[in-house]
Design a protein around this ligand. Structure first.
Ligand SMILES: Cc1cc2nc3c(=O)[nH]c(=O)nc-3n(C[C@H](O)[C@H](O)[C@H](O)COP(=O)(O)O)c2cc1C
Length: 205
């Protein structure tokens, strides 16, 4: 028993964009098919993310569906750092350029879908984007990774640090970042993955 929001199921994706010849991508868990005629998907992107900024300058993007073969490195590269600070594709070979110019990830994924944006809906913390599918490709038969699979099998288990024994921390359920203190400040945003206070759990070490 717990927060019903944590009982929702999700897939995991790398959302890629190419704007003015610059590439960037971030991990998302919020892609779903929302219509079949025409085929459309929606994605929900945290507005603080650089990828969200870039999506203001292009109507095209590609999502690559993460498979159970993905390693934590994929999440670290695309989900725990910002394209504002690093070139995420530097030294990364596991990708191909799709027809719309954005990269598809070919390592640790099983397919990709490119789409053209039709609507952007401002939801406060996130922007909800509805887009028509323009191209898609299956890469292999590896099973998709769900968010639950990521938590149980891909995300490393937190290490116990003897110097922190007995202390209370608030741990980000998405990336494992720990904030030390009895209470989490109002409106706290994870400095590693940009998720909000609702994604933190109180843990006594
Ligand atoms: C498992 C996981 C799921 C995530 N889901 C989303 C999501 O649905 N939407 C989103 O905007 N960011 C999501 N993120 C956070 C972004 O991937 C992260 O903030 C990234 O560093 C943003 O990079 P950028 O600033 O280059 O866009 C997720 C991260 C992880 C690790």
């Amino acid at each position: 028993m717990g927060n019903p929001l944590f009982d929702l199921t999700y897939g995991l994706f790398v959302l890629s964009v190419n704007v003015y010849k610059r590439d960037n991508a971030c991990i998302i868990n919020t892609a779903v098919q929302v219509s079949s005629d025409p085929q459309r998907i929606s994605i929900s992107v945290i507005k603080a993310n650089h990828t969200a900024d870039m999506l203001n300058y292009t109507d095209d993007f590609t999502i690559s569906t993460i498979s159970q073969k993905a390693t934590f490195d994929l999440f670290k590269r695309f989900g725990f750092q910002s394209g504002r600070d690093v070139e995420k594709f530097e030294g990364f070979d596991g990708c191909v350029r799709t027809k719309n110019g954005a990269y598809a990830i070919t390592e640790g994924t099983n397919s990709y879908i490119s789409a053209h944006i039709e609507q952007r809906i401002d939801l406060g913390s996130h922007v909800l984007i509805i887009a028509k599918i323009t191209d898609m490709q299956s890469l292999n038969d590896d099973p998709s990774a769900t968010y639950a699979y990521y938590h149980s099998n891909i995300k490393p288990k937190p290490k116990t640090d003897a110097s922190k024994a007995g202390k209370t921390v608030w741990r980000c359920k998405v990336c494992g970042y720990e904030y030390e203190g009895e209470t989490l400040p109002d409106g706290f945003i994870c400095p590693t993955c940009n998720h909000g206070a609702e994604d933190f759990e109180k843990v006594t070490l």
